[in-house]
Design a protein around this ligand. Sequence first.
Ligand code: AGP
Length: 609
Amino acid sequence: MCGIVGYNGKKKAVDILLDSLSKLEYRGYDSAGIAIRDKEIEVYKAKGKLANLKEKLEKKDLKGTIGIGHTRWATHGEPSENNAHPHTSNDGSITLVHNGIIENYQELIQKLEKHDYKFYSETDTEVLANIIDYYYKKYKMGPIDAINRTMVRVRGSYAIAVMFEEHPDEIWVARKDSPMIIGQNEDGTYLASDVPAILKYTNQVYYIDNLEAACLKKDQVTFYDLNGDTIEKELTTIKWNAEAAEKEGYEHFMLKEIFEQPDVIKKTINYYIQNNKIDLSKSGITKDVLKSFKEIYIIACGSAYHVGINAQYIFEELARIPVRVEIASEFRYRHPILDKKGLAIIISQSGETADSLAALREAKKQGVKTLAIINVVGSSIAREADYVLYTIAGPEIAVATTKAFSAQLIVSYILAIEMAHIRRKINAKLNLELIKEIQTLPDKVQYILDNLTHSIQKISSEFSYVHDAFYIGRNLDYAISLEGSLKLKEVSYIHSEAYAAGELKHGTISLIEDKTLVIGVITQEEVYEKTISNLVEVKSRGAFIITVSSDNLDVDKVSDYSIKIPETNKYFYPSLTVIPLQLLGYYITIARGLDVDKPRNLAKSVTVE
Ligand code: AGP
């Protein structure tokens, strides 16, 4: 939930650190700070967004070519300059930035206070700086020993960058469960919480695994295991380019990423379908293994969880396999009963969501095979799952996911079709029909973006004042309503709820009054009449109804405003209905004058519980 960066090389560190931090603000932005070393280590911090720190540094001439930086999303200690990172040990000999949570920090404070350590902040990170200092001074074995002892002693998640006063030419890093990427080029070495922060400087990166440490010098990176032995690692080339992580002329990342969806869907389809044949071998999974599963558990958070709800309908109907969809934060603590012949599918854009990572580990602990549907290559969940199906969405910067969500839907369709075909639940004809239809989705999404965006922008300005909104549908239309509702509330701060249309009568309909905004999603023909009658029920109570429906269904009698989308196979409608719902969320937020890319209280990747 925070962003950490570091640089050690020939160039002025301050410019690189601030630029890298600006690419990570989506991970947290309630305070920021940097530490730069010329002769001495100098620490500068500011509350609020990165711009406040930049202002503070404007008049400084910081010549140092080595430094670390941090942008914060508060977990321990309220947002303040005092709690902002970098944090230093008592005598200032150790300076550190940290992303994650130290769960046993209270216990460590008591231990350190017995050795006369004092604390100036409310953060768990300051404890880390002092525990490393404690081991460094006690055992006198140098940085790697002090860091390894710390990793053995602390519980929790961390990605840390550390500067030791006695090692002026080195930055030391270590991680457990929090993300970190390490880069290198002719100008030096780099570290960051996420790829976009260093992509402008290099696409040559190392992946550091859990409980590993590394020493970044100006021209080399040395990796160590928990025993202090060195580990050889290969440089990997990141395929993304720096522009892809920029806005490319769009006003906001969210709008850019909404408009990237036709291309992202096409790339994801083409990654798994060639010559009208599905090939999942890149995931490492074989047809025999896929065929062996008796049931599926889909576990995720937020929008990724909504992909799971959509996928459940499709897997059960097409592949005739039982599917359970679970919220990861519930799954990990409810002692779930899992069948070893089951398959746990973890869906995650970042691959770093703490609850989803923990759910993966719970499934593995119970001997269940795990498959991850992930966007960030080399992320923690990707590295720990038995099989990985990557979404080819590129870097997603906006806090509200759009293109990664759509890519996850595509992967779930393809997996469901393949499982259905392997389990002989669909014949070759239907298999081919579905494979061909899925390949028409990019153009259909493009059609929606080209022809409906302007009218949706217009209608959105009429609803920027609403306090409540209800999204209703049945079957897959209900499943995608969950995502439509989240897209609105998380960026516009308007309270919204998604309801199975048939469920409204059981209480919630009491909330419907004159001019209440209801968005009805209607594409599933077999429940069309039922949904229409549910919309008539709310209309008769004064609701204003926007419908998102397929061309073939007549909704005029209930629609105060109708958004028509192209037809497709019933299983694939979520990929089309979600586009107007994303645009509604975006434009209503813009009409309310809010920062759509950095909604309050949220972070792009929830890497702590
Ligand atoms: C989606 O718009 C939200 N930002 C959030 O619900 C997100 O989907 C959720 O936190 C899961 O993130 P992940 O896909 O990176 O695991």
